[in-house]
Ligand binder design. Structure first.
Ligand code: SAH
Ligand code: SF4
Ligand code: F3S
Length: 446
């Protein structure tokens, strides 16, 4: 009988990618995916440690899982294996083992290739989790089985992992380890498999994806721009995106890629975090506000229809009203199509958590609200600017509303349209007839 696997994913797209590859690696053990938590024989929670709320969620989730595990054992005499993966497993593995002894396996992001073996080591008579939070030198990507399961029309592909930047607020360098770039041949082989499985759009992933510098097809070290040019050669690949990039790693070949590669979509997520030089310095971002604005100008110069998105942190230690005003006026100057924003959350083990001048929660909340008002007005304006335009839309899935399908514009906007308009994986021209805060409505262009 096939066993059922339920994976719950928190955090960034890299976790989404890792979850899919963990599912692939468990298939040979007889596990098939179920959306139903209650009848799962194994539950994997793939966790995120980036902010306090995200990490705390894990423990409440584990409390809930314990009840389900016990009830299943009592009612059906069948166990439910609980696996905690991801960045909380990496950062707080021991704490999880101590506070939640009903967890069977704790596995960090660098050790997923060991998951089937770890499951084999579970001893039901012991109340001790099997733990692997090592940072092995081996390339986890090549040791995980090749992914054969179709990933849909738009697929993720991790090309780089880890981070050496050590922004003073961030846990990622500790949870994901040092920067590692996959060699180009392994990336291209995986891209081919994804395309064969039906993907027409690939989003290359990395904590600092544009810092990628891996072995090229000619044996020399390539930069990220060069990798994009190589991927653009693949037949059947119609759209290319990448995320997340860091301003310090913008380089010549990457500007050139934006200027010359037609498949590279005109949308870029380029976080800046703050518009104040003083705060950028305290954050250890190692670039100034002007450096960032110059990068944006140059990108818009080579790709005038480029839409931008970013990440912002409000209430970093010692952020004054003046610093915050600088962030607002940077946002006004850049004019984003969308952005993510967060209240600063002090994270254990990061330098900023110990800084004097922690900001009051009420001040953080007020700043977040005014920043989000500005971003949301910009997003609305951007969406409205597309009214009446005809644009290519990638058909991705049936929409939640009956009789409709959903897809993406070149600028990452969700577009809804009549279900008969195209098949999944098609790129169709649609006329935009409605613009909302978070989506567009399209109809077949006549
Ligand atoms: N590598 C990416 C971002 C990774 S984390 C980059 O350098 O931009 C995603 C976002 O979470 C960050 O851009 C930041 O805005 C936010 N973030 C990270 N640590 C945080 C913290 N301690 N408190 C609040 N937000 C945080
Ligand atoms: Fe975190 Fe900074 Fe690295 Fe991004 S660049 S992952 S924010 S340390
Ligand atoms: Fe979260 Fe880890 Fe991604 S901390 S944002 S899941 S790299």
């Amino acid at each position: 009988m096939q066993k059922k696997l339920h994976i719950k994913t928190y955090g960034c797209q890299m976790n989404v990618y890792d979850s899919a590859r963990m599912a692939d690696s468990l298939a040979p053990l007889g596990y098939g995916a179920t959306p139903q938590l209650d009848d799962a024989d194994m539950v994997v929670i793939n966790t995120c440690h980036i902010r306090e709320k995200a990490a705390e969620k894990v423990f409440s989730e584990l409390g809930r899982l314990r009840k389900i595990k016990n009830a299943r054992m009592e009612e059906h005499g069948r166990d439910m294996v609980i696996v905690v993966a991801g960045c909380v497993a990496q950062a707080e593995g021991e704490e999880i083992a101590r506070r939640a002894p009903w967890v069977d396996v704790i596995v960090g992001p660098q050790a997923y290739q060991n998951l089937p073996a770890l499951i084999g080591k579970i001893d039901p008579s012991s109340r001790q989790a099997v733990v692997d939070t090592e940072f092995p030198v081996a390339d986890k990507f090549d040791l995980l089985p090749t992914n054969e399961s179709p990933r849909g029309a738009a697929a993720f592909l991790s090309v780089q992992e880890g981070c050496d930047k050590f922004c003073s607020f961030c846990v990622v360098p500790y949870t994901r380890g040092a920067e590692f770039s996959r060699p180009a041949d392994s990336i291209i082989a995986e891209a081919r498999r994804l395309i064969k499985g039906g993907a027409v759009e690939l989003t290359l992933l990395g904590q600092n994806v544009n810092a990628w510098h891996g072995e090229g097809l000619d044996g020399r070290v390539w930069d990220f721009g060069r990798l994009l040019f190589a991927l653009a050669e693949l037949s059947g690949l119609k759209r290319l995106r990448y995320t997340t990039s860091h301003p310090l790693d913008m380089h010549e070949a990457l500007y050139q890629a934006h200027a010359e590669i037609p498949q590279l979509m005109p949308y870029l997520h380029l976080p800046v975090q703050s518009g104040s030089d003083r705060i950028l310095k305290a954050m250890n971002r190692r670039h100034s506000r002007d450096d960032y604005l110059r990068i944006i100008d140059r990108l818009r110069d080579v790709r005038p229809d480029l839409a931008l998105s970013g990440d912002f942190i409000v209430g970093f230690p010692n952020e004054s009203d003046g610093d915050f005003a600088d962030t607002l006026n940077l946002i006004a100057r850049v004019d984003y199509a969308s952005a993510y924003s967060f209240k600063y959350s002090p994270r254990p083990g990061t330098p900023a958590a110990n800084h004097d001048g922690q900001i009051d929660e009420a001040v953080k909340s007020a700043r977040l609200t005014s920043l989000q008002q500005l971003i949301s007005a910009q997003q609305q304006k951007f969406n409205h600017s597309k009214l009446g335009a005809v644009m290519d839309v990638l058909v991705e899935r049936p929409a939640s509303k009956a009789g409709q399908k959903a897809g993406r514009s070149p600028w990452m906007q969700a577009v809804h349209f009549h279900a008969a308009s195209g098949e999944i994986g098609d790129i169709i021209p649609l006329k935009i007839v409605g613009a909302h805060q978070n989506s567009l409505a399209g109809c077949v262009a006549s």
